[in-house]
Design a protein around this ligand. Structure first.
Ligand code: GAL
Length: 413
């Protein structure tokens, strides 16, 4: 009898083990740089500690352009991953196609409605149902400056466009590349987010959120393109096609003065052992303090076979845990996706990101990032990318870019 009990117990334990091993998530994402991979590891380890194994499906390419192409092929082949890193309007496009699952039970049990800001819920829900789990809030209107180079240039953070240009000239005199940049459409567009916002909240909103033809075709838009031309004169000869994290490295190593990039850049600085205020300075794009152009990485949960749903829901639940939100976003450079996560563990830039976000939301100055899919669906976003990149590379004058912008957006709407 005793022997029977023991054997049975062993058998049960084994079965439990098998059941646990079967809990697996396949995750498609584009977090392949040093800082991004370090953050992803926080998620992987968290799930592993809960007995959920991870099948990695990385698709390199900042901003996720390539990842979205691979995803389309996977879904078309009838083989959707469990969870997919996704931005803004892309999530809603997949929901419209009926490809996403339903997280309502988990969301209501855990009270997500109360702690996830409405600006994010707009993309986490479709038709009133939860379809995605937001991981973070990034924003694009940032400058990442090498502190030693800034000190050499007088130490003052530029408060206006003119002061920014004066600083870039000083970087040039120091013999370093003033602007670290990678010439890829999404990176050009990321700079454009900041440039357009620096010409006024209303201008950004009317141009990119409302897609108002008069604003897109205005003299002010010409001025925005002129500013892009000016910034272009401060990049090095090898900028074309460079990955964003390599541009971050140029600032980290003191080979360049500044990078205009979302706060995922901070993940690279941290990974390299650099400290805000000591080795680098984070500040809002001159003229945009108080306003935030945001993007939120969310894991869109695809419709999967019933036996895969428990792991999917467990992943969603793990992502929304306040402890995880803090641990992950400290490494990633972003702010938490929940409003109730203390900023204690965050460094000065992280604390600023969290405070700026809350203020911008409160003051009606929080806008979806055009460059990162939170202002418009992909068709419009890509139409804008195309014009911005051609102009940045000198293929279009500012005058022509303005005209092309109006017609490209009109055609893509
Ligand atoms: C953004 C994304 C960030 C970061 C960045 C560069 O679109 O929200 O998490 O990964 O691309 O790859």
């Amino acid at each position: 009898m005793r022997k029977f009990l023991t054997t049975t117990a062993v058998a049960f334990t084994m079965m439990a083990g098998i059941a646990q091993a079967a809990e697996n998530v396949e995750v498609l994402h584009w977090w392949t740089s040093g800082g991004e991979a370090a953050a992803l590891d926080v998620l992987k380890k968290d799930l592993e500690s809960k007995g959920i194994s991870w099948t990695d499906m990385p698709v390199a390419g900042g901003g996720g352009t390539e990842a979205m192409t691979v995803l389309r092929a996977r879904v078309t082949a009838g083989n959707a991953p469990t969870a997919v890193q996704m931005l803004g309007f892309d999530i809603l496009d997949w929901a419209k196609e009926g490809a996403l699952g339903n997280l309502d039970d988990t969301a209501s049990k855990e009270g997500w409605d109360k702690v996830i800001p409405a600006a994010l819920q707009k993309f986490s829900k479709y038709d009133g149902h939860w379809i995605a789990a937001p991981v973070n809030v990034h924003s694009t209107n940032w400058l990442w400056i090498n502190k030693a180079a800034l000190d050499k240039a007088g130490g003052k953070e530029p408060a206006s466009w003119d002061e920014l240009i004066a600083l870039l000239d000083k970087f040039k005199e120091q013999g370093i590349t003033p602007v670290a940049h990678g010439g890829q459409p999404w990176q050009d567009a990321t700079i454009f987010d900041g440039v357009v916002l620096s010409l006024g909240d209303d201008f950004y909103k009317k141009a990119f959120i409302d897609l108002d033809p008069a604003t897109l075709g205005s003299d002010k838009m010409k001025e925005a393109f002129d500013r892009m031309t000016k910034l272009r004169s401060y990049v090095d000869d090898n900028f074309s096609g460079r990955d964003w994290n390599l541009a971050s490295s140029m600032v980290i190593e003191g080979k360049a003065g500044v990078q205009f990039m979302g706060d995922w850049a901070k993940g690279e600085f941290i990974k390299a052992g650099k400290k805000p205020g000591e080795d680098f300075v984070c500040m809002r794009f001159p003229g945009t303090q108080g306003a935030v152009t945001f993007n939120s990485d969310q894991f869109a949960m695809f419709k999967v076979a019933a036996d895969k749903v428990p792991a999917q829901l467990a992943m969603a639940s793990a992502i929304e845990s306040p402890t995880f939100q803090s641990a992950f976003n400290v490494v990633k450079g972003s702010a938490p996706a929940r409003t109730d996560v203390p900023d204690t563990a965050f460094d000065a830039c992280g604390k600023k990101a969290i405070a700026d976000l809350a203020d911008a939301d409160k003051n009606g100055r929080l806008y979806g990032s055009m460059a990162h899919g939170h202002a418009n669906p992909a068709a419009v976003k890509n139409a804008i990318y195309d014009v911005v990149t051609r102009q940045f590379n000198g293929e279009l004058s500012s005058e022509d870019a303005v005209k092309e912008l109006v017609s490209a957006v009109e055609g893509a709407k």
